[in-house]
Design a protein around this ligand. Structure first.
Ligand code: CP
Length: 310
């Protein structure tokens, strides 16, 4: 069996391409399993995993928990909102208390960029980053790549656009690293104020024109505006943003091709994407959610294999 070089999954930037390929291959295997009448395998019967979420989540949290249960792991869930973090406990104390209960793996979402790496450096446990502030969201990028491969095959040379609030998006950053490693051509599109200046150094194209970008791409990943992370007025008004950057049926009807349309969720229907488009045949949004379980099963399974070897 092929093994991961990585001990943790902290981000895509430092993940070897060979690890990405192994994860995506195993995800295909697990997708087949979760579509069987009996969806559960006994693989991780002796493994205990803690999901600790210091930020809100619907998809990622449920998806990790389902992936862990499909692998027969024991699962404990921790939510900062109802914990002693509210009484001033530090991150490292919180996690060490959880690990003292003999937890093998921690899945963590946190608002601070670098929180997952900090955790991995300070605890004796496998760590999976479920999103750290505006930094990385590696399992989202892996499930997006898996969903794209299902529709487009090998991503080498394929044109993938990421549209919206790039500056505040960990999904954008992880997607860029992942798609570039898989050989895709990547373009980001949005208002100049929502595209970070360092983006050129990542080897991506930059555009402020959605119609021209839609002509260029094979697939488009639509991002929401992260209102909770905006500190300045980055665009004149929501109406102005929608006029320039909303994916709607009128824009798609100008094209002489079909696109693969992704969205990581949560969707702000009627802002970055209309309901008509989000629910259309070109949209793979719910397939992304299904694939998320298979990809997370692959990540957890492969990191647990590494535990038994070390
Ligand atoms: N895509 C994503 O991370 O969604 P949640 O914030 O609901 O987990």
């Amino acid at each position: 069996m092929m093994h991961l070089q990585s001990k943790h999954l902290l981000g895509i930037r430092d993940l070897p391409k060979s690890d990405i390929t192994i994860i995506l291959e195993w995800a295909a295997h697990f997708k087949e399993i979760i579509n069987r009448p009996i969806k559960k395998v006994p693989t991780l019967r002796d493994t205990t995993i803690a999901n600790i979420f210091f930020e809100n989540s619907t998809r990622t949290r449920l998806s990790f928990e389902l992936a862990q249960k499909r692998l027969s792991a024991d699962v404990v869930n921790f939510s900062a909102a109802s914990s002693s973090v509210k009484k001033g406990e530090t991150l490292i104390d919180t996690v060490n208390n959880i690990l003292a209960m003999k937890v093998d793996m921690v899945v963590m979402r946190h608002s601070e960029p670098g929180a997952a790496r900090f955790l991995a450096e300070n605890v004796d446990s496998r760590v999976i980053n479920a999103g750290d502030g505006t930094h990385e969201h590696p399992t989202q990028a892996l499930l997006d790549a898996f969903s794209l491969q299902e529709k487009l095959g090998d991503l080498k040379g394929k044109h993938i656009a990421i549209v919206g609030d790039i500056t505040h998006s960990r999904v954008a950053l992880s997607n860029i690293h992942c798609l570039k490693k898989l050989g895709a051509m990547v373009r980001v599109c949005g208002p100049t104020t929502l595209i970070p200046k360092y983006i050129d150094s990542l080897g991506v194209e930059v555009s402020n024109n959605l119609d021209e970008t839609l002509e260029w791409c094979d697939a488009v990943n639509m991002l929401r505006i992260q209102m909770e992370r905006q500190t300045d007025a980055n665009f004149p008004s929501l109406r102005d943003y929608m006029l320039k950057f909303q994916l709607n049926a009128e824009r798609l009807s100008q094209l002489k091709k079909e696109l693969v349309i992704l969205h990581p969720g949560p969707i702000n229907r009627g802002v970055e994407i209309t309901s008509q488009v989000a629910d259309s045949d070109q949209s793979v949004i719910l397939e992304q959610v299904e694939n998320g379980v298979a990809v997370r099963m692959a990540v957890i399974f492969l990191l647990a294999q590494g535990m038994s070897r070390s």
